[in-house]
Design a protein around this ligand. Structure first.
Ligand SMILES: Cc1ncc(COP(=O)(O)O)c(C=O)c1O
Length: 378
């Protein structure tokens, strides 16, 4: 097996020399337009996203993490407030809450989808709950209808962590635009990927949007006047220029991801592997952009090692839960409190699903798993 034949987890960088030239041309235009921090390239990208997603406001920021912090602050989260979130996500879903001086209140997951469990959210709502932060994990949305009912009943804003779910619909509405605000990441491994860090906050409400716009530029209302504390969290014009080029091909690339995901499901079924290698369930009403194709297996780490030896990369997103991170020790959570998240951390495997896989690669991956599962069972 040559290095070239290895099946990689991600397709980072331009697809081919033609796309590379399109990036260079877009960067050259950004230089000519002096479009560096925000500027014309960011405005163009924001306007394209606004139309494509059907949202009133699309606001470019420096990363998904900064976008989450800003969106929570814009939704009114202040020191001492509680924010309810799933116990299982990328780290910054939780860290931004703590960095605002608020308290992350973790809840367990829906056992089928590994997204936040709405019933557990209901159980944790208190007088000091200031926001609910569902994560649209792996590229499909959380079950938003029951969360929206809670949001309405208790007047608590929802901020959607849609970092992994750009251009995904839930009952016809774009992920990110369903709650009070939503946040995307364009980190280089995301489906819509920048060549560095970038993110976006979307919302329908004009007042929230105005706050987000202020918070990304130090709270500056103009002329160096600061009515609120903000951050330096502007989108970089170079990233916006590249993102605009990439956005044109996104639809086509999503189709390839979908085809790859279907090939995985079909081959798993044909090889009668669904019980040992179990795909996640579907959130009713949600599309899927297949940011990750996830299966659950016992002996996950040994399986990954075996796959790697056969030239197949894989991922474990994520190998631990959020409450068990050392920096959240003071919150006093104990092992066993989040059984579904804890089990996910031990068993999930992400298989390569990106748009640069060759036809037949998913079947090759499943066949390698088939061989390995047999050996591991012995
Ligand atoms: C679920 C989730 N939330 C938040 C983030 C943070 O985004 P970024 O890396 O752009 O700061 C990411 C991406 O890494 C993510 O996957």
């Amino acid at each position: 097996m040559t290095v070239k034949d290895r099946i990689r987890m991600f397709a980072v960088g331009p697809d081919d020399p033609e796309e590379k030239n399109a990036w260079i041309e877009a960067l050259s235009e950004a230089i000519d337009e002096n479009s560096f921090c925000l500027g014309s390239k960011t405005e163009q990208f924001e306007s394209t996203c606004q139309k494509r997603l059907g949202v009133a406001h699309a606001i470019g920021v420096s990363s998904g993490t900064d976008g989450l912090k800003i969106a929570l602050a814009a939704a009114g989260v202040q020191p001492g407030d509680e924010v309810i979130l799933p116990a299982y996500s990328f780290f910054s879903t939780a860290s931004v809450i703590a960095q605002l001086g608020a308290v992350p209140v973790f809840v367990d997951l829906d056992v089928e989808t590994l997204c936040i469990c709405p019933q557990q959210v209901a159980d944790k709502i208190s007088e000091t709950t200031r926001a609910i932060l569902p994560v649209h994990l792996y590229g499909q949305t959380a079950a938003m209808d029951p969360l929206l009912q809670l949001s309405e009943k208790y007047s608590i804003p929802i901020v959607e962590d849609a970092a992994q779910a750009f251009d995904v619909k839930y009952r016809g509405r774009s992920a990110g635009s369903i709650g009070t605000a939503g946040v995307f990441s364009f980190y280089p491994t995301k489906n819509l990927a920048a060549a560095g860090d970038a993110g976006m906050v979307v919302c329908q409400d004009d007042k929230i949007a105005a706050r987000v716009r202020l918070l990304r530029v130090h709270g500056d209302t103009g002329g160096y006047r600061h009515e609120m504390l903000g951050w330096n969290a502007r989108m970089d014009g170079f990233q916006a220029a590249i993102l605009s080029v990439r956005l044109e091909k996104l639809h086509q690339q999503q189709e390839v991801r979908r085809r790859n995901a279907m090939e995985y499901l079909e081959t798993l079924t044909n090889l009668d592997l669904l019980e040992q290698v179990t795909p996640l369930g579907h959130t009713e009403g949600s599309d899927h952009c297949w940011h990750q194709f996830i299966v659950r297996v016992t002996q996950r780490d040994r399986l990954r090692e075996q796959l790697s030896q056969q030239g197949i990369d894989s991922g474990a997103y994520y190998p631990s839960t959020l409450p068990e991170q050392g920096c959240f020790k003071s919150l006093g959570y104990r092992r066993g409190e989040f059984p579904i998240a804890e089990s996910a951390a031990q068993t999930v495997v992400a298989l390569p699903v990106h748009h640069r896989l060759a036809a037949g690669d998913p079947a090759r991956v499943v066949e390698a798993i088939h061989k390995t599962v047999g050996v591991l069972a012995d």
